[in-house]
Design a protein around this ligand. Structure first.
Ligand SMILES: Cc1ncc(COP(=O)(O)O)c(C=O)c1O
Length: 420
């Protein structure tokens, strides 16, 4: 038998083992000062492409004012209990009603955090006889929700309708034996690569199979659809989404989340969501802040228009320069380059320090070996100058990647570390 803490002392875990080389720079970078389209990193100004603030609300003076006033009025303590017992107010209810109307559903219910709320909603929707069918590339909160499930679950190939159908057939067989039902979970927008979930085709399968559809629309809410109601509205199937989820952490640039659906479904979830029944209610300051942000989402369509102007300028500029941006159908902008992990580290350092551009980097095992994914999240607060700087920077790093500069730099670092 080994000591439980062996893994802590010895291998540190799949990401933890990189800590000594990566911490403070590639992971847990310390951001300084005001964070927006520009920010400071290690004392230098950089154009920022890795913050969740699609509509540019985070630093909007009206949002800041409302947040500050709500903070002064309520502090960070209110309310002081779980929704069911002592954490319910008129403002929570008002926010729910307004959110429901915005996403074209009968009712909505607030969640303290998106992640924990998703886990809990999946848990509340299924019992041991039910079957879950979900995308293999699902966000961690969906995977963790499914982990709680005591019954059968099937993953389908990412966004692959044939595979969805095959798994619905398998699920149907099981459900017929157990007497349970089927929950299909998709994302509205897959946050890493930017593809929209194929909601229209999934909904069409309802004609042949008996299942309920749960959509995590974290990246679609506020960015997609005529009114900003998300991926379902964009694809004309909002009504057929049985349970709709969005977080306040992206377009609303805040904390908190909600689910929406038919009144009876939400009423059921209200009494069965363990993450809300046994945890403190969403803070007043966040509720008031969300009401203000939602009001701006509704009344200032120019914010979404500006976001998309920036998205199009960035994505078209990258494509014109021959960059591979994959199959994105949303604001999420990935750029795929070929290279090793050490090359990727040298490249990101160059990008930040010499070109003044800060974006997230994703490497193996999240994506296939030999690929580097630079992921950008455009916002309405970016300027055309930010985009031009970034496009020129990408051309610059590609040239250095191709002429072997990063390979040489990474070899030199490796040799120095080995004390050669
Ligand atoms: C697809 C998706 N679902 C859920 C979440 C979790 O939301 P929150 O940050 O509110 O916990 C995120 C990340 O924020 C996400 O990208």
């Amino acid at each position: 038998m080994r000591d439980l803490f062996d893994k802590i002392y010895k291998d540190k875990g799949p990401l933890g083992k990189w800590a000594s080389q990566a911490e403070g720079y590639f992971v847990f970078p310390k951001l300084e000062g005001e964070i927006g389209n520009r920010m400071k990193f290690q004392g230098k100004e950089v154009v920022t492409w890795s913050i969740n603030d699609y509509l540019g609300l985070a630093n909007h003076p009206e949002v800041r004012k409302v947040d500050a006033e709500a903070g002064a009025k309520y502090g960070s303590a209110y309310p002081m209990g779980a929704r069911m017992m002592s954490g319910h107010t008129d403002l929570h209810e008002q926010l729910q009603n307004e959110l429901a109307e915005f996403v074209q559903k009968e009712a909505a219910y607030l969640l303290n955090f998106g992640y924990q709320g998703m886990v809990s909603t999946i848990d509340a929707l299924v019992g041991k006889d039910d079957v879950i069918v979900y995308d293999v590339d699902a966000h961690a909160c969906i995977i963790d929700g499914v982990r709680l499930h005591m019954g059968k679950r099937f993953t389908y190939k990412h966004n692959d309708i044939e595979s969805i159908e095959k798994n619905l057939q398998r699920a149907t067989k099981i459900a017929e034996q157990t007497g349970g039902g089927i929950l299909l979970i998709s994302e509205g927008v897959f946050g890493m690569r930017g593809e929209q979930g194929r909601l229209k085709e999934i909904v069409a399968l309802k004609e042949k199979y008996n299942f309920r559809l749960f959509v995590d629309d974290a990246h679609g809410f506020g960015t997609l659809g005529k009114t900003g109601a998300g991926a379902g509205e964009e694809q004309g199937v909002q009504e057929q989404i049985d349970v709709y989820f969005a977080t306040f952490a992206k377009s609303m640039a805040s904390t908190g989340a909600f689910i929406a659906g038919d009144k009876e479904i939400i009423e059921y979830l209200k009494y069965n969501l363990r993450s809300q029944m046994f945890a403190k209610s969403l803070q007043m300051q966040l509720v008031v802040g969300a009401l203000k942000r939602l009001d701006m989402l509704r009344s200032m369509p120019e914010l979404k228009a500006k976001l998309w102007e920036n998205v199009n300028a960035l994505q078209n500029g990258l494509k014109e320069r021959g960059f591979d941006i994959g199959t994105t159908q949303s604001c999420v902008t990935p750029v795929y380059l070929k290279g090793s992990i050490p090359e990727a580290m040298a490249l990101v350092k160059d990008l930040r320090e010499n070109f003044g551009v800060f974006c997230s980097i994703v490497v193996y095992p999240v994506i296939p070996k030999g690929l580097i994914l630079l992921r950008m999240i455009p916002t309405a607060s970016h300027t055309m100058e930010d985009i031009q700087i970034t496009l020129d920077a990408f051309s610059g790093i590609r040239e250095r990647l191709e002429n072997g500069t990063y390979k040489r730099l990474s070899q030199a670092v490796a040799e120095a570390m080995e004390g050669k």
